[in-house]
Ligand binder design. Structure first.
Ligand code: FAD
Length: 306
């Protein structure tokens, strides 16, 4: 068995594997796709000490760093079940089972998509999911935020300080965000909120987003907006479906963790976007991966080898 098995090969998983390997313990990493969400990212300008980079470039660096250590790297394998016996056992969709004394789960998350025509084609070309990451790219331009929940209204307030104007499109007839956020948004002159708006299509000129169309659900009428950017804020879905019933998850599916990345099961640690960590960013996921790995190492040196 491994001493530490990391499930997930994004920034959190890579950091956890490197920290474990540096302790000289038997380390493995299993991932469906090495690099995780970073593979889908075009420009990255908030990875501190690197002024600007691109997702695939950062992933190549992550992989090179992990490969520099004695780590078993298993890719294109999906974990489908976790069991805690004397060891932690991870079943893979392929039918194999990996065993380890401790594990770090870092399976990340995925943005919920609108699933309308044009969204995929213009992803990274005006369709964005992370205001902290991509907001500055739309300086002085008109953008829309899809979704009137907390993340949508927070995004609108955040963006309003950078862009020309923000139109929030909420599907329902009320905003689901906290009152204080709604009041703040309503007080900002360059935020407009449209309710009962169902986005129907992302429009572009072949190169970049030029706008969107939506249906007013009250009247059935179709409208068009001219925009440079569209921020989709309709939820982040943690990749934790495979853990339901075996680990404590919040109602949003996030793994509950403590300060050392520990979960509700002894020997099982977690890090990054799949957890309750309040902010989902590369640099935060890496720090969390290091934390969970050190937490697991602490656990291993205390665990009695009966
Ligand atoms: P992820 O990166 O999601 O990695 C999860 C890993 O787990 C992957 O290897 C995946 O294949 C694997 N996995 C999932 N399920 C299983 C399973 N069942 N079995 C095995 N493996 C599994 N953050 C920034 O800081 N700056 C930015 O500029 C930025 N831009 C972004 C742009 C986009 C389009 C997106 C989508 C995100 C962006 N983010 C950005 C957020 C950042 O990418 C994430 O916060 C970060 O990648 C989270 O790291 P993670 O390791 O927790 O998870």
């Amino acid at each position: 068995p491994y001493d530490l098995l990391v499930v997930g090969g994004g920034p959190a998983g890579a950091a956890a594997a490197i920290y474990a390997a540096r302790k000289g313990i038997r380390t493995g990493i299993v991932a469906e796709r090495f690099g995780g969400q970073v593979m889908d990212t075009v420009g990255i300008e908030n990875f501190i000490s690197v002024k600007a980079t691109e997702g695939p470039k950062l992933v190549a660096g992550l992989e090179e760093h992990v490969r520099d250590y004695d780590v078993d790297i298993i890719t294109e394998q999906k974990a489908s079940k976790l069991r805690r016996d004397r060891l932690v056992e991870i079943d893979l969709a392929s039918g194999a089972t990996l065993k380890s004394r401790a594990v770090v789960i870092a399976t990340g998350a995925r943005w919920r998509e609108m699933n309308v025509p044009g969204e995929k084609a213009y992803r990274g070309k005006g369709v964005a999911y992370c205001p902290h990451c991509d907001g500055p790219l739309f300086k002085g331009k008109s953008v829309a935020v899809i979704g009137g929940g907390n993340s949508g209204i927070e995004a609108a307030i955040d963006l309003a300080g950078i862009v020309k104007d923000v139109t929030v499109l909420e599907f329902g007839d009320t905003l689901r965000a906290d009152d204080v956020l709604v009041r703040k948004a309503q007080s900002m002159p360059n935020i407009r909120i449209i309710k009962q708006a169902a986005t129907t299509e992302v429009k572009g000129d072949g190169q970049r987003v030029t706008g969107l169309t939506y249906t007013d659900r009250a009247t059935g009428e179709s409208h068009e907006l001219t925009l440079a950017g569209i921020f989709v804020q309709i939820g982040l879905v943690p990749n934790s479906e495979w853990l339901k019933g075996d680990l404590e998850l919040t109602r949003f599916g996030e793994i509950e963790i403590g300060a050392r990345g520990e979960t509700s099961l002894p020997g099982v640690f977690a890090a990054g976007d799949v957890t309750t960590v309040p902010f989902k960013q590369i640099i935060i996921a890496m720090g969390a991966g290091a934390t969970a790995s050190l937490g697991a190492f602490d656990y291993l040196i205390r665990e009695s080898v009966a």
